[in-house]
Write a protein that binds this ligand. Structure first.
Ligand code: SF4
Ligand code: F3S
Length: 104
């Protein structure tokens, strides 16, 4: 499966949503997550994310984000169409420690 990591927080470009063939993205206030039981591992979303927030679960150190994606994809609503990204998305791109500062 592919996994959304903390780089998505407050960037939330949603380009990923547009390309996913199985609509397995779920939307929180500050980031999206992927439902690991729905993702078919096609990989097309990974290069589409301007924040480079999406990674395969084979990446090292990804366990924390795998848990987060599994947990919140069961709670948050499904998102199937791209919306407008946050106004300060570009300023938030690449900022460190976003999980600690902004995740809610
Ligand atoms: Fe969707 Fe494919 Fe990305 Fe999985 S890897 S979330 S199926 S686009
Ligand atoms: Fe987030 Fe990247 Fe999608 S910033 S919403 S994972 S395009």
């Amino acid at each position: 499966t592919y996994v959304v990591t903390d780089a998505c927080i407050r960037c939330k470009y949603m380009d990923c949503v547009e390309v996913c063939p199985v609509d397995c993205f779920y939307e929180g206030e500050n980031m999206l997550v992927i439902n690991p039981s729905e993702c078919i591992d096609c990989g097309v979303c990974e290069p589409e994310c301007p924040a480079e927030a999406i990674m395969p679960d084979t990446e090292s150190g990804i366990e924390q984000w795998m848990e987060l994606n599994a947990k919140f994809s069961a709670e948050w609503p499904n998102i199937t169409a791209k919306k407008e990204a946050p106004a300060d998305a570009d300023e938030m791109k690449g900022v460190e420690g976003k999980f600690e500062k902004f995740f809610s």
